[in-house]
Design a protein around this ligand. Structure first.
Ligand SMILES: [Zn+2]
Length: 225
């Protein structure tokens, strides 16, 4: 029992350091922010938020390589949170002139830890880099592997992009029907108390728990049932 409560406190203390660090970053006090984030990781080495912010900090001061190294570490800490780093990771790769490598990395994450938000990031990257057909193929393969309504919603979006003009109106109609339904399931849910929200929170507004929201949508609606 004492171990359990110690662990809870460690998590809270680390989160508190992160809140302070985020505030320091807002005021460009980078050294102070880094010190607080290092402390957070000493208290709780699994603190995803500290790792994410260390990456943000490195990116902010133009150290893209360190930023990438930080964000990649999230996969070992808690891969559910990778989606929070996906867009930034790609942006920094593009800045460094290594877009392809960034997309490959995201594809690897999606392969190992499927989630709708990761799929969304990879979809947009593929669309931008390789065009509508490649983006469509990506979503189709992903939907086969992981059949959810939210995935179907995404597939229809991709299909509209590659469809001949005369088919688009029908597809739009279907997509809108599905979308009205998926809006209700596309929510984040607190692991501790079940509170649902449209946006991701580090601290649950329902129970006050820290990092109780996996940034993953309630997408377990299996369309094969
Ligand atoms: Zn909660």
């Amino acid at each position: 029992m004492p171990n359990h409560s110690d662990h809870l406190w460690q998590k809270e203390i680390a989160e508190f350091r992160c809140e302070m660090a985020a505030n320091e970053m807002l005021h460009d006090r980078h050294d102070e922010a880094r010190r607080l984030l290092d402390e957070a990781l000493v208290v709780n080495r699994k603190c995803v938020r500290a790792t994410l912010l260390l990456g943000d900090l490195a990116a902010k001061v133009g150290d893209g390589e360190t930023a990438i190294d930080c964000w990649k570490r999230i996969e070992q800490q808690n891969p559910v949170f990778l989606a929070l780093a996906a867009e930034k990771l790609l942006a920094v790769h593009i800045q460094l002139g290594r877009k392809e490598q960034g997309i490959q990395l995201l594809r690897g994450w999606l392969e190992r830890h499927p989630s709708l938000d990761l799929l969304d990031s990879v979809f947009r990257a593929e669309l931008d880099n390789d065009g509508a057909e490649a983006a469509y193929a990506l979503v189709r393969d992903e939907l086969r592997r992981n059949p959810t309504l939210l995935g179907l919603d995404k597939l229809l979006e991709a299909q509209i992009l590659v469809a001949p003009p005369e088919k688009r109106a029908d597809l739009e109609l279907i997509k809108n029907l599905i979308h009205n339904h998926t809006r209700r399931v596309a929510r984040y849910r607190c692991d501790a108390c079940g509170f649902k929200a449209r946006q991701f929170y580090w601290r649950c507004p329902g129970c006050g728990g820290w990092e109780t929201y996996p940034p993953k949508r309630t997408e377990e609606f299996d369309i094969t049932i």
